[in-house]
Design a binder for this molecule. Structure first.
Ligand code: SAM
Length: 395
């Protein structure tokens, strides 16, 4: 071995996210290499143990810490070192500090613990970070595990395309589809909406890699809205557009559409952004807007249902003026990122849907009468903005 084990250990101990100084692309590439390193170092038994034995225990323990309010009170109290006795008092219960095993909390001496940045973030309500664990508990466990394998077996390994028949439905206790379950139980809508909000905040903002000035650099029709965010959840994306172009946005020219249960949790500038309950499987009531945006919407839907949504949108659009903006994954021919590949399988499990390659997007959009103008790529290799307009009426 060229480098000593001690040197490698020291180098690894000294490396942290701070070394990347905001270079997320470099940080993510390093994580990928570090994970490969772990996989090369792990004995197959260690990998099996981690995947199928340890993960369940850790998730169960994390959820228990969240349920007991430990992270929230630890964060509120300043996040300092605590003894096991202090932690039990904080939890108002006996606590088993298993989370040491996965670096969620740090053991500094016998029965003395410190939170890590991660566990503190789980206690920071405003960060919405704990919504990931809560959503895993409420939703995502049903898109994988043995539910996915049983579902595929029961459907003879046919590619799933029916949103009403999913691994999720097979797994969840109510035996209903994902959106129906969110609509039926506000707490399930909340954990999903908060997780999406956190995820959307984390991902490269669409306004950072799409030149949103394009939407304002023409003769704006004052009788129609500028941007409609369709399926826009709590309004994060449309608020980004507003912040960037606030002085150029007349009151009421931004519209946030979603299911009523999602809009109930929206947090937007009410004066500038109008919220409008709308089912996108029905006719689009807002006509002639400069742009209609769909972020992480089509990956929830099969081609057949996506065509329904696209055709309703096309009818509402003004030829030569309106733009369609799809913010979604465009799978590369090789080297899909872990996010992209993982999301593809999760979409299959939750909604019997999928991520798409550029060719699949071209086929889908041309089938609904659209012409792609440009595909704007996120440097972090997660999503892209597909900018399109209505094709020639004679084509
Ligand atoms: C994966 S989330 C994406 C949310 C948001 N655009 C984002 O990127 O954070 C999909 C959104 O579609 C909405 N949705 C699902 N079915 C819908 C329907 N039939 N009509 C309107 N919105 C719907 C959901 O409520 C949810 O907010």
């Amino acid at each position: 071995m060229r480098v000593s084990v001690t040197d490698i250990g020291e180098l690894l101990r000294q490396t942290s996210a701070r070394d990347f100084d905001g270079d997320d692309t470099g940080r993510l590439a390093t994580i990928k290499e570090a994970q490969r390193l772990i996989h090369r170092l792990q004995h197959p038994t260690e990998r099996g143990w981690e995947l199928a034995f340890e993960n369940w225990a850790v998730l169960g323990t994390l959820q228990t810490f969240i349920d007991l309010g430990i992270f929230e009170r630890w964060h509120a109290g300043g996040g300092g070192q605590m003894s096991l006795k202090d932690l039990c008092e904080l939890a108002r219960s006996d606590v088993d500090p298993k989370l040491v095993a996965k670096d969620f909390i740090e053991e500094v001496a016998e029965e003395q613990y410190k939170p890590t940045d991660f566990s503190l973030s789980l206690g920071d309500k405003d960060s919405l970070q704990s919504a990931w664990i809560q959503s895993g508990h409420d939703h995502f466990k049903y898109d994988g595990l043995d539910y996915l394998s049983r579902f595929l077996q029961e459907t003879s390994y046919r590619n799933p395309v029916d949103m009403g028949n999913t691994a999720y439905r097979l797994g969840c206790p109510e035996n209903i589809d994902f959106w129906a379950r969110c609509s039926a139980k506000p707490e399930l809508q909340a954990s999903f909406s908060e997780m999406m909000e956190n995820w959307t905040r984390y991902k490269t903002h669409w306004t950072d890699y799409y030149d949103s000035r394009i939407l304002l650099s023409c003769d704006i029709d004052p009788s129609a809205p500028i941007l409609v965010d369709v399926g826009g959840n709590r309004g994060h994306d449309i608020s980004l557009f507003l912040e960037r172009h606030r002085t150029d946005i007349p009151t009421g020219s931004l519209i946030l559409q979603d299911r009523p249960e999602a809009l109930a949790l929206a947090e937007v500038d009410q004066e500038k952004i109008r919220t409008m309950p709308h089912d996108f499987l029905t006719s689009q009531p807002v006509r002639g807007a400069r742009a209609y945006m769909f972020h992480a919407v089509f990956h929830d839907w099969s081609d057949e249902m996506s065509l329904v949504i696209l055709k309703h949108t096309a009818v509402a659009m003004k030829h030569g003026y309106s733009r369609l903006l799809i913010v979604d994954v465009v799978l590369p021919p090789t080297g899909a990122s872990a996010f992209q590949a993982g999301m593809d399988v999760s979409m299959m499990g939750i909604l019997s849907s999928k991520e798409r390659t550029q060719g699949m997007w071209e086929k889908l959009l041309s089938g609904a009468g659209f012409r792609i103008l440009e595909i704007w790529k996120d440097p972090k290799q997660y999503e892209s903005v597909i900018e399109a307009e209505l094709g020639s009426p004679d084509a």
